[in-house]
Design a protein around this ligand. Structure first.
Ligand SMILES: C[S@@+](CC[C@H](N)C(=O)[O-])C[C@H]1O[C@@H](n2cnc3c(N)ncnc32)[C@H](O)[C@@H]1O
Length: 357
């Protein structure tokens, strides 16, 4: 993944006629728009179902049954959050693990999963729940027949395996869903791409929104800052970490009321603000509005054509950036806004040409 970011950066340097990263750093310092472009380069959306098999095997064998039994005793659902959920690969993997493997073995509580991602295009795909066969190559042998229906070139998750799933557009640096969650997957995003300050901040927010002894899953090549802070690896799987109770706690399974109440309520307030913002504003100039006559063709091409999907993602990322600036959510100058609008024209023109082919 880092290679892919590196390649994009290399192409950008060539586009700008720059030779070195130092020159690019100078460019970033003098051109605020460039930060948005660099941010877009870091949005790697590669994923697949059952990615890192041993992690999901451990979740199925040890973590999910424990969470299910505890939730059943409390009369609650098991609540999970997948941060940076891409096209829903982890969300559907967890759901299918639950329904096909864990739930039949325990008298389980229902499972609720929220998948969040900053990229509206991948979220649209996540809602469709359809994957090509390369995304399914790691799933257990019986899942394909049991849980998926074949649809043209792809496999779509059956309706009975979609209950309790929700996808939301959220930039994890700005907003996170309200917990408490028993399990949070935050893989191949924060602890790969963010700087150490942002990693620390996000790790603290994740800890605050996990229940007292909840679990966090990170990517296979990731480590947490500060030697894991409030988290400890579980034996036998370095990617699964458990929130450790505060030293003063007498009952290990109880959440620590004081700190988590303070932090969660801060998150809640921020979320409500954003919810109101989102409710007020439908993002203007989305692809489906700009090309309303061709919206079905666009949906189909996003699913089936990689190049078109990339153009659509690029258009919507810039459009989203403009949307954030226009209501002055992100302060900037008219000049920056105009530059972004011009930049938005590039993928739009290419999309127009693509649709006329
Ligand atoms: C490499 S993918 C990882 C997908 C999945 N978590 C996995 O490990 O297979 C990273 C995902 O994070 C999303 N992303 C990037 N920046 C983000 C941000 N600031 N907030 C939320 N999601 C973000 C990208 O759109 C992409 O879908």
């Amino acid at each position: 993944m880092r290679r892919q970011v590196g390649k994009r950066l290399g192409r950008r340097l060539a586009e700008l006629g720059l030779q070195t990263l130092d020159q690019y750093r100078d460019r970033l310092e003098s051109d605020p728009v460039e930060w948005g472009i660099l941010d877009g380069f870091c949005r790697i959306t590669i994923s697949c179902l059952y990615r890192d098999r041993h992690v999901f095997d451990t979740l199925a064998a040890r973590v999910l049954p424990e969470l299910g039994n505890a939730a059943r005793l409390r009369g609650d659902p098991v609540r999970c959050w997948c941060a940076g959920c891409a096209c829903g690969e982890e969300v559907y993997t967890l759901k299918l693990l639950w329904e096909l493997d864990v739930r039949p073995k325990i008298l389980g509580a229902p499972l609720e999963i929220i998948g969040t991602d900053a990229n509206p295009i991948v979220l649209r795909r996540a809602e469709m729940g359809c994957f090509d066969s390369s995304s399914l190559k790691k799933i257990p042998a019986n899942w394909r027949e049991t849980a998926f229906a074949r649809d043209d070139h792809c496999y779509c998750v059956g309706a009975q395996y979609r209950e309790g799933l929700e996808f939301r557009q959220q930039d994890i640096r700005v907003d996170i869903p309200v917990g408490p969650f028993g399990l949070i997957l935050c893989r191949n995003l924060v602890f790969t791409y963010f700087d150490i300050k942002q990693q620390r901040e996000t790790m603290a927010q994740i800890a605050a929104t996990l229940c007292g002894d909840g679990y966090l899953v990170i990517g296979a090549h990731e480590t947490l800052p500060d030697e894991g802070g409030a988290f400890m690896q579980i034996p036998g799987c370095r990617e699964i970490l458990r929130k450790t109770p505060p030293p003063s706690a007498t009952r290990p399974e109880a959440p620590s009321p004081a700190p988590s109440t303070i932090v969660v309520s801060r998150i809640e307030r921020r979320r409500v603000q954003n919810k109101e913002d989102y409710a007020m504003m439908r993002i203007p100039h989305e692809l489906r509005d700009e090309f309303s006559q061709e919206s079905q063709l666009i949906e189909r091409l996003i699913k089936s054509d990689h190049e078109f999907g990339r153009l659509a993602a690029s258009y919507e990322e810039i459009n989203h950036e403009i949307y954030r600036i226009e209501p002055e959510e992100t302060p900037t100058t008219d000049e920056v806004l105009e530059t972004l609008k011009k930049r938005r024209l590039m993928p739009k023109n290419q999309i127009t040409a693509f649709l006329r082919r």
